[in-house]
Design a binder for this molecule. Structure first.
Ligand code: WT7
Length: 661
């Protein structure tokens, strides 16, 4: 046995010289996707995607795989009918009704084990309760729930009755909840009295109380309880789910047969303007694609215990905790609290306890585990065969640590690039087919056609190693349908820049991802990060303008700009640069007011890392704020040309102010 130090040196030199890591033979021997022909077969456009749809149960088979006649409003599996809840629950009853579907671990070790039969019963009763409350097909239900079993149950209950859900991540503020409720024309909010964060009970329902004061609508509120008795003040105006469920105990609700193109859900995400965008996902194409990628990329098999340690309130959780894994009939783990509660070994303790086979997390989490040290995972006995990262580029050092200390050098790792808008993975290796390369997402998924475009609109040669704008040249089944209620913004945001928008031939339309990327000679893709005013803070997506509009709510602020700064832990963090109004002195209390404004408008997770008071902001002659300058303010090399600024001395002034601190 080489000593630990020698082993480290060996691994590091492999990383430098060879760059590739082979998937372990035991993995390859059992993998779902082992034949390279899958690329040709699925790539046969569009019928290649039929094999994805065939993973599902359809009430009526589609008569047309793809309709591209009205770009960019593409349709998939046209004429087909199905129900997502039936596919994720009912159809598994024959073969695996006693198998666990959702394995929930509460903050303090409490455990809920929902078999497919239990899930079937709870989804039916909840669907009956929602109906009794007046929810009809196509009504949007806003779900503001944390990581408790009620969350996937409510989502699936909505899907069962054909009511699109709009899950608002529990960490969002009351105002953000109100805004999303209004924007989705939603008349129902589903909430809960509270949940646990680092072992403490958090009052969650008060956010709904506050949201109701701010929304323009008058939604009904349905409240779940975390325990049998309320632990927070639940308004008498709210309908208690427990009461409704009692009334509907044992109820059965036939799954509503939905058109493949009927929306399954909305997911709000940040864009380059202050207003969040409601990405609208369809039923058939979305479910087909997430089921297929769960099978081929995550290598999920029905009997597996699979744990994606993300929050269901984001797209990762929708696609790869709920819909994809349950469509395949696997056991999906959910954990309520944070990874450091009550100790830093919690994640590995759960992995050991449930004998988890497949583990899915973010590079931010890997960096955190790495900082805490390998003694935590080493203290537990778990054995992953497959591991995944998502959300941001992973640094080769972090990859290596994950590979060695979590994967024990015998698990495969896939780095999956995708977006809220794409619904499912687009760039990633199929784990048994290609070698792993730390820091690189790998190949395009079967049937996906990415390309790079220069700022001039010219397509870069394939595998040139040059950086460009990442586009996707061909539609795929889980792409968003539109932005809810705003087709124009949908076209402007994703299509206008790199498409011939006058053309009605779908081949002239290209989806703009908003990321920069390079494709190296081996065909592998490396995604570099956002090119627009969107930042990625610990895997959470935040819009610069969204933050700025929150800051400008503070009356004492005359003008503000927000810039992302690189951060070793979180990837990026937001810094606020604020110019105060005449006569206002900078002070700790103004700083706090600004921070509170962001927490109130968006949520605590968006809290600025720094508030820097400045006399002026760097602007072009036409008055546009140059955030690029702020982002690189401490790095003269990267600062670039500042002569186009209206007042070229501004960066220098800001640097001086920073130096004084
Ligand atoms: C943005 C999308 C997809 C679920 C989680 C985030 C960045 C995502 C990777 C990756 C490099 C990545 C991109 C993308 N991103 N995955 N594997 N490597 N960057 O979804 O909140 O919609 O954010 O996250 O910048 O555009 P999202």
């Amino acid at each position: 046995m080489p000593s630990d130090d020698t082993a480290d040196v060996q691994l590091e030199s492999r990383l430098r010289e060879q760059e590739y890591f082979r998937p372990p033979p035991e993995f390859v021997g059992q993998a779902n996707a082992t034949d390279r022909d899958i690329y040709d077969e699925v790539g046969e456009f569009p019928e290649g995607f039929d094999r994805y749809a065939e993973l599902l149960d359809w009430d009526e088979r589609w008569d047309q795989t793809f309709d591209g006649s009205n770009p960019p409003f593409f349709e998939w599996f046209v004429g087909g009918k199905l129900n997502a809840a039936h596919n994720c629950v009912d159809r598994h009853l024959d073969e695996r009704k006693n198998q666990t579907a959702i394995l929930w671990e509460g903050s303090d070790g409490e455990q809920v084990n929902l078999t497919y039969q239990d899930l079937y019963r709870r989804v039916n009763e909840t669907a009956a309760a929602l109906r009794a409350q007046g929810v009809e097909e196509d009504d949007v239900v806003t779900i503001h729930l944390p990581m408790v079993p009620a969350l996937p149950i409510t989502m699936l209950a909505c899907a069962r009755i054909g009511a699109p859900h709009s899950v608002v991540f529990a960490g969002f503020s009351a105002q953000a909840l109100a805004e999303r409720t209004d924007s989705a024309d939603s008349d129902y909010i589903v909430t809960i009295d509270g949940y646990y964060r680092r072992g403490e009970f958090l009052d969650h329902v008060e956010k709904t109380d506050e949201a109701l004061e701010q929304t323009e609508r008058d939604p009904d509120v349905l409240a779940w309880l975390r325990h049998d008795e309320p632990q927070a003040d639940v308004s008498d105006d709210y309908v208690r789910m427990a009461d409704l469920l009692d009334e509907h105990a044992g109820a059965r609700v036939d799954p509503v047969s939905r058109d493949a193109e009927d929306p399954l859900f909305l997911m709000y995400t940040s864009g380059t303007t202050g207003k969040p965008k409601g990405c609208q996902h369809r039923t058939g194409g979305y479910l087909a694609y997430t089921a297929a990628t769960s099978k081929n990329v995550l290598d999920i098999e029905p009997g597996d215990t699979y744990w994606c340690a993300a929050d269901i309130g984001w797209i990762t959780g929708h696609s790869y905790i709920v819909y994809g894994p349950l469509a395949l009939g696997t056991t999906s783990v959910m954990y309520e609290d944070t990874p450091d509660h009550p100790h830093k070994g919690r994640i590995w303790e759960i992995a050991e306890k449930y004998d988890v086979d497949i583990f899915h997390t973010s590079p931010t989490a890997v960096r955190m585990f790495m900082k805490w040290g390998e003694e935590y995972p080493e203290a537990y006995d778990f054995d992953f065969r497959h591991m995944t990262t998502v959300g941001e580029p992973i640094q080769p050092e972090a990859w290596l640590w994950y590979y060695k200390h979590i994967g024990d050098e015998d698990a495969v790792i896939v780095d999956t690039w995708w977006q809220t808008e794409t619904g499912g993975h687009l760039l990633t290796n199929l784990p048994a087919l290609d070698d792993m390369k730390p820091g690189s997402a790998g190949r395009a998924c079967p049937g996906i056609e990415p390309a790079l475009v220069g700022d001039d609109g010219e397509t870069l040669p394939e595998a040139s190693g040059q950086a460009g704008n990442l586009i996707i040249e061909r539609p795929w089944p889980s792409m968003l349908q539109t932005l809810y209620g705003n087709d124009e913004r949908f076209i402007d945001t994703y299509w206008a820049e790199f498409s011939d928008t006058d053309s009605d031939d779908w081949r002239d339309w290209n989806y703009k991802a908003g990321d920069g990327a390079v494709q190296s000679q081996d065909g592998y893709w490396r995604v570099l990060g956002r090119l627009d005013d969107v930042m990625n803070v610990a895997g959470h997506r935040l819009g610069t303008m969204e933050l700025e509009s929150a800051v400008s709510e503070v009356e004492k602020v005359a003008e503000a700009a927000v810039a992302a700064r690189e951060d070793a832990q979180k990837g990026e963090v937001p810094d606020v640069y604020a110019v105060l109004r005449e006569g206002i002195e900078e002070s700790e209390s103004v700083r706090e007011e600004i921070i509170r404004a962001v927490e109130d408008e968006i949520g605590k997770f968006a809290r600025p890392a720094n508030v820097i008071f400045v006399d002026d902001l760097p602007k072009t002659r036409s008055g546009k704020i140059m955030r690029r300058i702020l982002e690189n303010i401490s790095n003269e090399e990267k600062l670039g040309n500042t002569t186009t600024l209206r007042d070229p001395s501004v960066p220098e002034q800001i640097r001086d102010e920073l130096a004084e601190k």
